[in-house]
Design a binder for this molecule. Structure first.
Ligand code: CUA
Length: 341
């Protein structure tokens, strides 16, 4: 009895773990859509799921029926009637799947077209560029660029163009728009719309190398007024720091002082001479909620660790480590970055 209880407990634990590992949370669930595109995908998924459940139940019941009905009975060793090659049965079980697939095919094709391009000519244009291992978000009409945290106004269509800087990635934000691969030398298109203000979790969904699992992003749907403010803030570029520590950090960042930092050879900060495009644009780094493509919280301690030894946070990433910065220099750079809002 105890052994049996232990085994049941083990089974429950295994089930719980596998559900947790499968990412079965509402944070990234297509069953909890928050916009019209995800709504279409969700209803298609539910339709297919009900058919699958129906077929599963039917096959199980039919199998159990046959197993019990035609099991060997004591004293009766005769063979049941053989129906191999029955035309009626062959036609029936060919027709049923054809009908089911035809029923599912119509909304599938409709949804595929409806989710590819928005019909709204006033849609907000966003260019998504997948990098190993972070997302770049450009707003070509607005002339601003950010990384890993996409801000959109709720209630407005967002037309996404997906491109890659290196390998195949996948843009996946289930509660808003499902998933689309990002393929080198190709532009893929999808659109999305958030029905209300909210924060939506996204993640790269195509294996793209060492830190694929660390390639997260967020979409923030804000009010149109907040969005305008956000755009204006980025368009203005970074404000010049006034605090002496932040000023020292800026000089280290820009390479004005003898620097072991060299940040300027990879990053852009709009409104400054830092214009390199290797790593993420840092113009509003201080206002982002996360660092390292969404895997750690954006705070002083984490940012220090990130600048000092990025490999300890995100294996394989292309950011240079800075073991030789003094604590004072590190503090200055981080103070400067945290002030970029
Ligand atoms: Cu990018 Cu996986």
């Amino acid at each position: 009895m105890i052994r049996r209880g232990g085994r049941l407990l083990g089974l429950a634990a295994l089930l719980g773990t596998s559900l947790a590992l499968s990412g079965c949370t509402t944070k990234m669930s297509l069953f909890d859509p928050a916009g019209p595109v995800a709504e279409m995908q969700s209803s298609l998924l539910r339709l297919s799921m009900w058919f699958a459940i129906g077929i599963g139940l039917f096959v199980t019941v039919a199998l159990l029926f046959v197993v019990f009905r035609f099991r060997e009975k004591q004293g009766n060793r005769s063979v049941p009637k053989q129906i191999h090659g029955s035309t009626a049965l062959e036609i029936t079980w060919t027709l049923i799947p054809i009908v089911i697939l035809a029923i599912v095919a119509v909304p599938t094709v409709q949804t595929a077209f409806a989710t590819k391009e928005t019909k709204d000519p006033n849609a907000l244009q966003v260019r998504v560029v997948g990098h190993q291992w972070w997302f770049e978000f450009q707003y070509p009409e607005l002339g601003i660029t950010t990384a890993n945290e996409l801000v959109i106004p709720f209630g407005r269509d967002v037309a996404l163009t997906l491109e890659s800087a290196d390998v195949i990635h996948s843009f996946n934000v289930p509660r808003l728009a499902g998933k689309m691969d990002i393929i080198p030398n190709r532009k893929n298109h999808m659109w999305m719309k958030a029905d209300a203000v909210g924060e939506f979790q996204g993640q790269c969904a195509e294996f793209c190398g060492t830190s694929h699992a660390n390639m997260l992003f967020k979409v923030f749907a804000v009010t149109p007024a907040e969005f305008d403010q956000y755009v204006a803030g980025l368009k203005d570029g970074a404000a010049e720091p006034t605090d002496p520590v932040a000023m020292a950090g800026r000089d280290l960042f820009m390479g004005k002082t003898v620097s072991k930092a060299n940040c300027i050879s990879c990053h852009t900060i709009d409104g400054t001479k830092a214009q390199a495009k290797v790593g993420p644009n840092l113009t509003n780094i201080g206002s982002r909620t996360t660092l390292a493509s969404g895997i750690i919280e954006n705070n002083e301690a984490m940012l220090k660790q990130w600048v000092r030894s990025p490999q300890s946070i995100k294996p394989g990433n292309k950011m240079a480590p800075h073991p030789n910065l003094t604590d004072e220099e590190l503090n200055a750079i981080v103070t400067y970055l945290q002030g970029l809002k």
